[in-house]
Design a protein around this ligand. Structure first.
Ligand code: MTE
Length: 313
């Protein structure tokens, strides 16, 4: 199993890393200043998205700085270390890009990413994100509710689950040969979870198109579940009647269940889930208690009424 357990992450990593990021920010600012405003303008104009404020945003939390969101990633297609995706994901070609919809739908369809971008107004949605490795971030995503896209897919009544499949292309993704994951990366949601308004079809963050390492050009974001449910760079959506297989459950079924709801009362077999470390915060403020359903219990707990969450972890 490749996921590090929190105890394996040396605390010494935190300080040098933030020092490194501060240096990077300084260098980036100095370079931009040296290049003049023309450089700064050109680099933002190409990536900016026009957004409206999403009413479902989480409020009252400091946003994780952009540099951490884009340099501390899990995207195993580009390597297993947290810094690998930022180094390697430039290889990913995000145009042309299509999502193929198949399975239990009135008729299979293929959507072009540029049409998806125009389907609904793009919202900025600030969400708390909690990784199963016990770190968290607060990210201003850009997108709209996945339910809006699902309606366009016209699923049949028999469809009970949705499966998401990521791109798996050895020419662009050097990490495919470095780990034992059952590629392509596969994730899934029950239909009512997928239709929940909080579940986001995500195309950007911080008002820009998604950086490649965060799952460009389109990913899913499910804020009340551990981060691995949020499949990146998706190319296929399949509507099915049975629970689909998922990448991490295939890898270690006793550690990563299908539901993967954030739950401080159900420990991972190798570590506690009671606390988390907020990436990018000063070290004395990083540790905080993990919240049931990652703080989204009021909105989503009813989806699991009557279910034993120890069994359906
Ligand atoms: N999607 C794909 N295709 N490949 C991956 O390795 N990693 C998952 C998830 N989606 C992953 C993926 C995990 S473990 C996490 S925590 C989140 O992406 C991380 O998203 P971020 O790097 O944008 O924070």
């Amino acid at each position: 199993m490749l996921i590090l357990k929190p105890d394996d992450i040396p605390s010494s990593e935190i300080t040098p890393r933030s020092a490194y990021l501060n240096r990077r920010q300084f260098i980036a600012a100095a370079t931009a200043a040296a290049a003049g405003t023309a450089f700064a303008k050109a680099s933002t104009e190409t990536t900016k998205l026009s957004t409206i404020k999403g009413p479902l945003s989480t409020t009252g939390e400091d946003l994780t700085p952009f540099d951490y969101i884009t340099h501390y990633n899990n995207f195993y297609e580009f390597g297993v270390e947290k810094g690998d995706p930022a180094k390697n994901a430039w290889r990913l070609q995000t145009r042309p890009w299509t999502i193929t919809v198949e399975g239990l739908v009135s008729k299979p369809k293929t959507f072009d990413i540029d049409d998806l971008l125009k389907l609904r107004p793009l919202e900025e949605r600030v969400y708390r994100m909690r990784c199963v490795e016990a770190w968290s971030m607060v990210i201003p995503w850009v997108g709209y509710s996945l339910s809006e896209f699902i309606k366009q897919c016209e699923p049949l009544g028999k469809a009970k689950y949705v499966q998401f499949l990521s791109l798996a292309d050895r020419k662009q993704m050097p990490g495919l040969s470095q780990s034992s994951i059952n590629w392509p990366y596969s994730e899934g949601l029950r239909m009512d979870e997928a239709m929940h308004p909080l579940t986001l079809l995500c195309v950007g963050l911080y008002g820009q198109v998604l950086p490649n390492q965060d799952g460009a050009p389109v990913r899913i974001v499910v804020p009340w579940k551990y981060g691995f449910k949020s499949a990146k760079s998706i190319v296929k959506i399949r509507f099915v009647d049975k629970q689909p297989h998922t990448a991490w459950n295939d890898e270690a079924p006793n550690e990563y269940g299908f539901y993967s709801n954030v739950n401080p009362n159900v420990d991972h077999p190798r570590w506690s889930q009671k606390y988390e470390r907020r990436i990018g915060e000063p070290i004395f403020k990083q540790r905080r208690a993990t919240l049931m359903f990652n703080g989204y219990a009021d909105q989503v707990a009813s989806l699991y009424n009557g279910m034993d969450l120890r069994k359906y972890y």
